[in-house]
Ligand binder design. Structure first.
Ligand SMILES: CC(C)(COP(=O)(O)OP(=O)(O)OC[C@H]1O[C@@H](n2cnc3c(N)ncnc32)[C@H](O)[C@@H]1OP(=O)(O)O)[C@@H](O)C(=O)NCCC(=O)NCCS
Length: 131
C-alpha cells in the first residue's frame, strides 16, 4: 500500500483579510520572528511589489515577498515556511509565484543558511541572474 500525503495549500497574492497578529504569533512560535510588530509586518507587506502567503485551513503557513523597481531590479525577502510543512514544495511555489511577476528583472537575495534552497530555484522562470 502506498500512502500519499494530501495537503490543501492555498496561495494568495493579495493581502485581503490577512491577520497580521496571527502572522506575528506564528513567526514567533516558529522562531522566525525578526521583531516586527503586526502593524510593521502589514506595512512591509503592503509596500512590497508582490507578495505570496500560503494558507492551510485559513492558517498562515508560509510567506514570501519581493521589493522591486518594476523594471530591472528586484529583491526577494521574508521567505518562510512553517517548520512542520517544510520540504513539501511550498516555498518553491511561493518563489515561483513571485518570479512570474519579475520577468526580465535581475533578482537578488541575501541568505546565510538557505544557499542550497535558492540554488535549486535559480532556473525557475525567465529571470536574469544577479549582476
Ligand atoms: C528555506 C525554506 C523557506 C524552505 O522552505 P520549504 O517550503 O521547505 O522549501 P521547498 O519544499 O519548496 O523546497 C524547494 C527545494 O529546496 C530544497 N530545500 C528546502 N529547504 C532546504 C534547505 N534548508 N537547504 C537545502 N535545500 C533545501 C528542497 O529539498 C527542494 O528541493 P527538491 O525540489 O529538489 O526536493 C524553509 O526551510 C524555511 O522557512 N526556513 C527558515 C526561514 C529561512 O531560512 N528562510 C530563508 C531566508 S533567506
Amino acid at each position: 500500500m502506498v500512502y500519499v500525503e494530501m495537503i490543501d495549500v492555498k496561495y494568495k497574492t493579495d493581502l485581503k483579510n490577512v491577520d497580521w497578529a496571527e502572522m506575528k504569533t506564528t513567526l514567533q512560535q516558529d522562531k522566525f520572528d525578526n521583531g516586527r510588530s503586526p502593524e510593521q509586518l502589514k506595512t512591509s507587506f503592503k509596500n512590497s511589489f508582490a507578495t505570496c502567503i500560503a494558507y492551510i485551513d485559513n492558517r498562515i503557513i508560509g510567506t514570501a515577498r519581493v521589493l522591486s523597481d518594476g523594471v530591472c531590479n528586484a529583491y526577494i525577502v521574508d521567505i518562510w515556511t512553517l517548520s512542520s510543512f517544510r520540504h513539501k514544495g511550498i516555498a518553491r511555489t511561493m518563489v515561483q509565484t513571485l518570479l512570474s511577476r519579475l520577468k526580465g528583472q535581475h533578482v537578488y537575495l541575501f541568505t546565510d543558511d538557505a544557499v542550497d534552497f535558492y540554488k535549486k530555484l535559480v532556473h525557475i522562470g525567465g529571470n536574469k541572474p544577479p549582476i
